[in-house]
Design a protein around this ligand. Structure first.
Ligand code: SF4
Length: 360
């Protein structure tokens, strides 16, 4: 029986049954997932979060893995309606970090005993294959870090060259599996191409991360259920699940933010159905609700991605508002993070943090 629930009415019994089924490894239907996304009572929410936390503990353990991000360019040739880095946002100051600054940040990540660097940028057309390969090789040779790329849709040949140069992982969130929303909010970026990229990356042997935004305009719980089923089927190694956050310099400036509680529900259900994936407690969630990032660690998440971008660039990586408000230096952030993780009864993962093998 699900912890913390009574079975006083048929609706609650149904919720309990769905949660118990998922905890026991049975597949959920779209209807089951919609039922879980619609729950709002404290007891039912606690039951869902507690079940997800139990599965997290069994499937991936108590370790929380850290990935150090360097946001090395905020140029983007795309025009996604929700994003502050979109091509038509002329209010933003654009930058590309010089290679020497990127390397310094990578060394700093190594110094603070974080095993993975995430090199993130917009879809910057000036980042050609050779320059990125040189950067990847230098970071690998000089630091030995596990390298995650998050530089958007590229050709198969680019992905192969990056892999051969030393890249280990790739993040490419699909944002939504709804074709209608994709078409409206990501003009000129067909979903089929993103999907093709994700499968190329898998074929090339990358650890692959994908993920979604919760609370996008036009999105409903049925679409979120489809997203969760899509992520399960995709069998990605990492799932980034964060809220939509309104940016004043975009066409969606007047839309409401995503609901942090809905984000937590999606994280919990994703943990229940995918078991061993690595799921970050995203910075975006923390920007929307101060304690939601920690709550996410108690309902399925097992990864934190501290931002190692030097402050003069970090404040310009204005992908959504509030992201760069925390001017705490990363060393202080890490000290605070260690204390928070210890308080949760968890530990910092020391190894590579690759996805654990499937539990039987
Ligand atoms: S979401 Fe990504 S691809 Fe779209 S505008 Fe922003 S940085 Fe560019």
């Amino acid at each position: 029986m699900v912890k913390g629930t009574s079975i006083s009415d048929p609706g609650r019994m149904r919720i309990n049954d769905i949660i118990n089924s998922a905890s026991q490894g049975k597949d959920l239907t779209k209807e089951d997932i919609v039922q879980l996304l619609l729950i709002s009572g404290r007891n039912d929410l606690d039951a869902l979060f507690s079940a997800a936390d139990d599965v997290r503990k069994i499937a991936v353990g108590d370790e929380i893995y850290l990935r150090g991000i360097i946001e090395f360019s905020n140029f983007c040739s795309r025009n996604c309606l929700y994003c502050g880095l979109r091509r038509d946002n002329h209010a933003i100051t654009r930058y590309r970090m010089p290679e020497k600054d990127i390397l310094l940040s990578a060394h700093y990540i190594r110094k603070l005993k974080v095993s993975t660097v995430v090199l993130q940028s917009g879809e910057d057309e000036s980042l050609n294959r050779d320059s990125l390969c040189r950067l990847i090789s230098r970071i690998k040779d000089e630091t030995g870090l596990i390298i995650t790329l998050s530089v958007g849709e590229r050709s198969f040949e680019d992905y192969r060259a990056f892999r051969e140069a030393g890249a280990d992982r790739y993040l490419l969130k699909h944002e939504t599996s709804s074709a209608a929303i994709q078409k409206r909010l990501r003009p000129g970026a067909p979903f089929e191409n993103r999907l093709k990229c994700l499968y190329w990356l898998k074929d090339l042997g990358y650890e692959v991360g994908t993920g979604i935004m919760v609370g996008l305009p036009l999105q409903n719980v049925g679409m979120l259920a489809d997203d969760i089923l899509f992520m399960q089927k995709m069998d990605a190694d990492m799932l980034g699940i964060g809220p939509f956050i309104t940016h004043s310099q975009t066409p969606l400036a007047n839309c409401p933010n995503g609901d942090p509680d809905m984000v937590l529900k999606v994280i919990a259900i994703a943990r229940l159905v995918t078991k061993t994936t690595n799921i970050p407690a995203t910075t975006a969630l923390g920007s929307l609700s101060r304690d939601a990032r920690l709550k996410a660690l108690s309902c399925g998440a097992n990864v934190i991605m501290p931002d190692f971008t030097p402050l003069q660039y970090k404040r310009l990586y204005d992908i959504y508002p509030g992201k760069s408000d925390d001017n705490t230096d990363v060393e202080t952030f890490m000290i605070n993070l260690h204390a928070q993780i210890t308080k949760l009864g968890r530990i910092i993962g020391q190894g590579s943090g690759y996805r654990k093998q499937e539990i039987k």
